[in-house]
Ligand binder design. Structure first.
Ligand code: NAD
Length: 498
């Protein structure tokens, strides 16, 4: 059985642990490799090597760091097919979808290539008589990234480019379900010229994460995952004195106003709800159909579901692959099994999917569509993270806005309409961090930052873009006087600026 290694000090490192986890091929249900859960000694070793490397990397020139970022960008782009295949083999998403996440991840490396501009400080000449003030940004030191299974390349790249370009050493603890892509990223960073120890990959479970959260050698924790874990990471790591960004789960609504184009809305809903089998933090999971739009929209969505091909992600004909584990698939199925008892109407039932051959034991569940959903039903209240789209019918715009704003999550939201005034009003009133107007998955480009509101993000630090630069640097303000001997005198008063 293939055994995954850690990546420490610029080389693969076999683990001495006696705690191992399985890595499945979700398309066949077979175990394809084993992943180590790091020992306390391995955690110490990786932090020690990162600490040593952080010193010289943090004081290297900005142009040297930029050069590594440009080369890394080039290498990821050149080897994107290999990376995409690694994603598909362990995550299950289609090859095309994997290429999509690589390309969105690369935007963040491109942003990091401009680090010379992002690290500029401010300067105020003659802030007081003879006094100049300027600010600088310095690296935090050693930082850790803890990432979810659903984007094995994009989410690590949300953090890595900025963390490294700002001069930090980074320890990545990828999801234990699909870690191989992060090992390829480590190899490519080395090939790009990154000094050994500046980027490490340490594998593990909750216990390993707990040690990282409390380790005094780590200054910042960048976390992306589910809400209960994000909440706990935020409180534990801040209590340990660390800087933390903690992004959680979601329940993303797509509000369809009566004037929307039904075909555009249906295409967008199907793409955003069922792409990557719904395992996206920005997936649309609830349609809020306002007024008379519900019946024609539901019909258009159901028609499109009939045309989807479900199968292994490495088959070019496949539109939607399997879920990540059998346990997760069964949990997703339980929402559909219970929906009718709660008073909802199951329009398309994923249980009816038939897969055969090698895929018969894969973790597949068919696209599902549930109508007449209401708050209070399990299918509405919980993040399902699977190919399940709920439809909530409301009579007016005001009811739609109230529904979205009452939801505890606030990651992404979309409004579909031809009315610019209504879209603008909605965008301003809605309590979510990312809004799409006729855009179902409004993941901001890398020159902005990513982050939800309410239970989708803990603390106030958003991810990547300008917020990423703030997160991965500490600012220092330097007040300077080059004295003029002719005007020097003793003054016991508090320094004045006037
Ligand atoms: P998860 O919370 O189970 O795991 C995320 C990471 O935390 C993994 O590295 C895992 O090993 C670690 N972890 C798991 N349990 C832990 C514990 N008890 N203590 C400490 N660490 C623990 O999430 P997942 O299932 O891998 O990913 C799916 C979730 O991530 C969904 O809820 C999705 O919405 C969310 N997500 C959010 C965003 C965002 O930007 N807001 C992006 C992607 C995914």
């Amino acid at each position: 059985m293939r055994r995954i290694t850690h990546w420490v000090n610029g080389t693969p490192k076999e683990s001495d642990t006696d705690r191992w986890g399985p890595i499945f091929n979700p398309a066949t249900g077979e175990i394809q490799a084993e992943i180590p859960f790091a020992t306390p000694a391995e955690i110490e070793q990786v932090v020690a090597s990162a600490t040593t490397a952080a010193g010289s990397w943090g004081s290297s020139s900005i142009s040297a760091r930029t050069e590594v970022m440009f080369e890394f960008r080039h290498l990821v782009h050149t080897r994107k097919d290999e990376l995409a295949s690694a994603i598909t083999a362990e995550h299950g998403k289609t090859h095309d979808d994997a290429l999509g996440e690589i390309s969105r991840g690369l935007e963040n490396v491109e942003y990091a290539c401009g680090i010379a501009s992002h690290l500029k400080g401010g300067h105020t000449s003659q802030a007081s008589r003879g006094i100049d003030v300027h600010s600088i940004r310095q690296p935090v030191g050693v930082v850790a990234g803890i990432t979810p299974f659903n984007f094995p390349v994009m989410v690590p790249l949300w953090m890595t480019g900025n963390a490294l370009a700002c001069g930090n050493a980074m320890i990545l603890k990828p999801s234990e379900k699909d870690p191989s892509a992060s090992m390829i990223l480590a190899e490519l960073l080395k090939e790009a010229g990154l000094p050994d120890g500046v980027f490490s990959v340490l594998h593990g479970d909750a216990q390993v994460v707990g040690s990282l959260l409390e380790h005094p050698g780590i200054g910042a924790i960048s976390f992306v995952g589910s809400t209960p874990i994000a909440r706990s990471i935020y409180s534990r790591a801040t209590a340990a004195g660390k800087r933390v960004q903690a992004l959680g789960g979601a329940k993303n609504h797509m509000v369809v106003l009566p004037d929307a184009d039904i075909n555009v809305a249906a295409d967008s809903a199907v793409s955003a709800a069922y792409g990557s089998a719904g395992e996206r933090c920005m997936a649309v999971s609830v349609i809020v159909a306002v007024g008379e739009v519900a019946d024609p929209l539901l019909e258009a969505i159901a028609q499109r579901l009939e045309a989807l091909t479900i199968g292994p992600g490495n088959d070019p004909k496949t539109d939607m692959g399997p879920l990540i584990t059998r346990e997760h698939r069964d949990k997703v199925a339980s929402y559909i099994a219970g929906a009718a008892d709660e008073g909802a109407t199951v329009v398309v039932d994923g249980h009816n999917l038939v897969v055969d051959g090698e895929a018969a034991n894969g973790f597949f569940f068919g696209p599902s569509l549930v109508d007449n959903v209401k708050p209070g039903m399990r299918v509405y209240d919980e993040e399902i993270f699977g190919p399940v789209l709920s439809v909530v019918r409301v009579p007016t715009y005001a009811d739609a806005a109230e529904l979205v704003n009452s939801n505890p999550y606030g990651n992404g939201v979309a409004v579909f309409t031809r009315d610019g005034g209504a879209a603008r009003k909605f965008s301003r009133e809605v309590t979510c961090g990312m809004v799409g107007v006729n855009v179902p998955i409004p993941v901001p480009v890398a020159t902005y930052s990513f982050g939800g509101w309410k239970d989708s993000l803990f603390g106030d630090a958003h991810m990547y873009g300008p917020a990423g630069i703030d997160f991965f640097t500490r600012t220092k303000v330097i007040t300077t006087r080059w004295p003029d001997p002719a005007t020097s005198s003793v003054d016991l008063g508090f320094p004045k600026t006037r």
